[in-house]
Design a protein around this ligand. Sequence first.
Ligand SMILES: Cc1cc2nc3c(=O)[nH]c(=O)nc-3n(C[C@H](O)[C@H](O)[C@H](O)COP(=O)(O)OP(=O)(O)OC[C@H]3O[C@@H](n4cnc5c(N)ncnc54)[C@H](O)[C@@H]3O)c2cc1C
Length: 425
Amino acid sequence: MGDHDVPFLQEAARQTPVRHETEVLVVGGGAAGVAAAVAAARGGADVMLVERYGYLGGLATGGLIILLLTLDDGRGRQVIAGLCQELVDRLAQRDAAWFPPRQEWGREDEALIRRDQRRGLVWGHAPHRVRYSVAFDPEEMKYALNEMVEDAGVRLLLHAWACDPITHAGCVDAVAFQGKSGRFAIRARVVIDASGDGDVYAAAGCAHESAQVLPWLWFTMGGIEDVDAAIDAGAGGFRTIGEGKALFPWGATEKIARRIDATSPADLTYAELECRKRVMAEVDRLRREVPGFERAHLCRIADQLGITESRRLQGRYVLRHDDMDRGFDDAVAITGHWTKYGAVYEIPYRSLLPAGVDNLLVAGRCISVDHRVHHATKEIPACMATGEAAGTAAALSVRSNTQPADLDPKALRARLSERGANLSR
Ligand SMILES: Cc1cc2nc3c(=O)[nH]c(=O)nc-3n(C[C@H](O)[C@H](O)[C@H](O)COP(=O)(O)OP(=O)(O)OC[C@H]3O[C@@H](n4cnc5c(N)ncnc54)[C@H](O)[C@@H]3O)c2cc1C
């Protein structure tokens, strides 16, 4: 039912308590939001990070999307570094990540490629190359993200859901949140929308496009006799960093009847019920039909539906497919493409800026790009890179008393490079 078909209630005007004030407010604690919050705090700003669920990582952890695709350009050169690389280092220190060693990146060795395909790290069309992509453990990732946020001095608030930005004279003054104890507001000088779905910019009336998608629901199984043999026999999963375990990226065109709007509770309810039913049927099929699965068990179904796309900002610049390999003076991140070798996008600062709201920045999968570029910029490493850029911009804005929209991109690029982000191809 569209809004024009429904009756409306008139609500009484109400007062909302301002429970917190901060310089930088980050909405959403996924890969992008964590990177934004950490970068802003390390840039010297007072930062609050607010997340609706009880853990950090968003789709990367709760969606079981436990593959960082990719940190390279497909030709053996690393293009995403900075906080994403720091996260990989932290995970690797605890044996919670697997990736090919640097000397193998870009190689066309068939045995190495087959090894990495079994881990879900090589995609696209042949001829293939070894990529710098990373498989990781989701619970370890949640903990590593907690540590990064705490070490940076970010004030974290979980279990609060952003509902309405309160805007005045082209700026977001505060954001209203809903928690169990009621509605409250957080006032901020700069707001970063890292909600994945662009909840803040949509409610602020910023231009955007919306996509309907087929939802996914990834799951893991354990107790598989010989994971590599089962994968080679066509089981359809990937080995994870846990021994005897496989990740199943469940969800495909033929398995659920219709696309959904991932911002609609009714559509999400339909998808949650349908996908779970079909995942259970797939678990039964694997046990019944695939050698090696006789004593296998279901370890975990993702807490969150896998939503590839919902809202995309139409901001001060919309990065388009034609912009592949194009250089931008205001580029604040560079990403490769997980299915293409040698395809690189520079992401301009303007793709993080909505038109018409001067102190709002956007990071992660809902930035201003077209549908095709979104395939590249939605990946976890790219989301961390745009998060890092947005957070660094927010801190610079606060320190220089300038709105993000008026910030000098040169100064921002210099600061990002100083901090270890890669801006050169
Ligand atoms: C099926 C599928 C397969 C994929 N495969 C890969 C892959 O193999 N490798 C890869 O790198 N990427 C992959 N991706 C893409 C990647 O997982 C996501 O695009 C990326 O993790 C998005 O990060 P994000 O931080 O922008 O958004 P999210 O991870 O969605 O994080 C947004 C956060 O904001 C919170 N939030 C949302 N709304 C509100 C609100 N109103 N108030 C407070 N908090 C809120 C959410 O709870 C969440 O924690 C895949 C995606 C899907 C769906």
